[in-house]
Write a protein that binds this ligand. Structure first.
Ligand code: PDD
Length: 276
């Protein structure tokens, strides 16, 4: 397996993380997960743009231009002969003796690797169960930060209740999933949380909103409260790995008639057309 480390492509055994890497000690860094379909990265530019925004927000200056990074990632895919799955890309602030404040003259550590992953067809066909969990994360959720403890604990709470995703609720309002964006359909209107600092501005969320526009499905980017989950006719989540996936049960209650809804199906179909 070949790994991108800085601007070098190396064998996995040749890459070592330093014990004082700030990603390791502080979660001081950012990341992206990019989907690869048929050997081609999906919406790579959107992911790189978001990486650049996240870097700026935490005051990391990327060591090279996005075009160069893109070329390295494509070479990584080629050298691994990689066709289906995820490309994980991480930028740490760098390595230095442990001290909270930014060390002087530190250089970011970039790593990227590919990971095989099948499209989750079963979940997309049958739908999944979700559980509401308090959103205890910090207030800069638009940054794709390596600090994922809030998301990890929420996802585990969902798994402990035999659910696939945690729907996060902050001050009574639904924000997003632990690793996904959440949509409901109520009275024929597609609704999702606005892209502000309380959610990650998902690439799949953006694609879904564009597809809804093309399909002339009315959309409201407005926050809704927890009780709206139990009045919704349809519900789904979006993410790079899950694509568009119906949610058929929340906290043990069926969503709508307990089956994936019609608007969800139309969007799923349009999404699949966009990747092939
Ligand atoms: N999840 N919200 C959060 C908190 C996330 O971590 C993610 C990504 C999303 C969806 O964003 P996108 O559509 O750009 O993948 C929303 C990772 C990548 C995943 O599990 O796929």
């Amino acid at each position: 397996m070949i790994i991108l480390y800085g601007d070098q492509l190396l064998k996995r055994e040749q890459v070592h993380v330093d014990i004082e890497d700030r990603a390791y000690q502080f979660g001081d860094g950012i990341y992206e997960v990019i989907r690869i379909y048929d050997g081609q990265p999906f919406h790579m530019q959107d992911h790189l743009d978001r990486l650049e925004k996240s870097a700026k927000k935490i005051r990391i200056s990327l060591p090279y231009e996005l075009d160069h990074l893109e070329a390295l990632l494509k070479e990584l895919i080629r050298q691994n002969d990689f066709t289906q799955g995820n490309l994980y890309l991480q930028v740490s602030r760098g390595t230095a003796p442990r001290n909270h404040a930014f060390p002087k003259n530190i250089s970011p550590v970039i790593i990227a690797y590919t990971q095989p992953f099948e499209r989750p067809i079963k979940e997309q066909t049958e739908g999944i169960r979700a559980k509401t969990v308090n959103d205890v994360r910090w207030l800069l959720c638009d940054i794709k930060s390596l600090n994922l403890l809030g998301a990890v604990l929420a996802k585990q709470e969902a798994y402990d209740h035999d659910c696939k995703e945690a729907i996060l609720v902050r001050d009574g309002m639904v924000t997003e999933g632990s690793s996904t964006n959440i949509f409901i359909v109520k009275d024929g209107i597609l609704q999702t949380h606005p892209a502000n600092q309380l959610i990650l501005h998902g690439i799949t969320r953006k694609i879904t909103l564009q597809l809804a526009d093309q399909l002339q499905i009315p959309v409201k980017e407005t926050a809704f409260d927890r009780s709206a989950l139990f009045e919704a006719g349809e519900m789904f989540l979006t993410s790079t790995t899950m694509e568009i996936c119906p949610i058929i049960q929340v906290d043990g209650q069926p969503v709508g008639n307990g089956k994936p809804g019609k608007i969800t199906r139309r969007l799923q179909k349009a999404f699949v057309q966009s990747i092939s």
